[in-house]
Design a protein around this ligand. Sequence first.
Ligand code: ATP
Length: 319
Amino acid sequence: MRSTPPGEIPRPTPPEPVLQVRGLIKRYGTKTAVDGLDLTARAGVTAVLGPNGAGKTTTVETCEGYRRPDAGTVRVLGLDPVREAAALRPRIGVMLQSGGVYSGARADEMLRHMAKLHAHPLDVDALIERLGLGSCGRTTYRRLSGGQQQRLALAMAVVGRPELVFLDEPTAGLDPQARRSTWELVRELRADGVSVVLTTHAMDEAEQLADDVAIIDAGRVVAQGSPEELCRGGAENTLRFTGRSGLDLASLLKALPTDTAAVELAPGSYRLTGTVDPQLLATVTSWCAQHGVMPDQLSVERHTLEDVFLELTGKELRA
Ligand code: ATP
């Protein structure tokens, strides 16, 4: 172990990743679904985004131990999900899209049964209420609506109070209220120290919930970072303002970073593009003040994850 020299404040070691995937390759016959994918997820909420067919589900199912990698390594909570499945299973929660459930069983029975398999489960009744399943506890699985089945799958994944939970498109097809309560539950899990890896097509979901976002395209991670980092580092942002016409833009640009572009779109209507950060905003307003210009209707258009995704892959997230 490295000792800290006298007087030096020890640097906190970053927590072990909850998920570490290196060079993952997974083929179905001649189709390469995952093509040398590297992904690290740390404590908190990691969203895996990508268009249809990008390889999200294959990657997650490999991490859950349901599929064997053709090449590469996968470690979940430090364990190999296939060889060390017996040790790993009690520590993770998995939200299955369908299947794995006896369709004649009652919702509350299934949840209670699942809870009994774990040492420190969540309170089943509270969870049923939390997810708005109170009215359908005694209903058999096959008679639940699609949205209710989905919320039950979520409840089954989290009832054992796992250290890490995998949620595959947890809110797809849910009504806005159910979507909100699912988001609330994910936030509560996170606050409770549970790590979450969630796959989604929904940008707003990733922006609302995720500490970290991995964008997957064609079987690889093409970008990873916090939503803010991805938006900052991706597409250019835009600043607009109006003022008197014919401003000396060459003089303004001299005061700005070289990657900034400026144009007078219409008399007195200006648009700047580039890395629009607080420093740039301050420089523009100060230049305006020096030149007796009142920058009216000043606005900043920040790019969304969707813009970043489009720029990186040329594809819409919803294929
Ligand atoms: P979606 O958002 O549509 O769920 P995804 O990103 O989860 O997509 P995967 O389901 O992992 O993507 O699929 C990746 C690729 O592998 C796709 O081209 C898909 O058709 C293919 N694929 C997935 N499962 C199988 C399978 N069991 N047999 C053959 N091909 C498969």
